[in-house]
Design a protein around this ligand. Sequence first.
Ligand code: HEC
Length: 147
Amino acid sequence: MKIKNQLLQSALIACLTLPGLVMAADAKLTDEQVNEINAQFPMPSGKMLGDSCAACHGTLGAEFNEGMPPLAGMNRQHFIDLMKAFRQGDFPTIVMHDVAYVYSDAEIEAMADYFASLPAEQWPAPNVRESAFLNPDGTIKQIGGAQ
Ligand code: HEC
């Protein structure tokens, strides 16, 4: 139940912040300008930056099901190359240009270290994971009351 609430919360945060990211993409700052702006603020940790990706890529970069590629355990250099390509708009993306657009080189590198350090574990597939609502025999769990 707790994990489900966290996922719902993350999805809500993504819905609220994405329109802002899309608007930022219209501003068309260069990579140098983005680095310059970010240099004026304290550097967040790789974990702090990377945790904002959880709404789509799963808690600790481990996807919940097959929806998004997992980031946990990703090769550091591959992550950096891809994030810079996303930032640059080197190829069309559904989401990632608008996400990557705001990160400086140092922030991308900090996230690369963070995700490379995480175990590349997948969450169990939905059909094998324990249901929050169903007992193993298919009967519905008692909802409500103390968990
Ligand atoms: C709103 C959903 C969403 C959020 C938030 C998000 N991503 Fe993504 N990510 C995607 C989608 C969708 C793709 C597939 C590429 C595309 O079309 O945008 C992707 C692909 C990627 C990939 C390529 C992985 C691979 O192996 O191909 C990387 C790396 C990545 N995202 C990093 C990040 C990081 C780092 C963050 C947080 C700073 C983040 N993403 C936040 C949706 C998201």
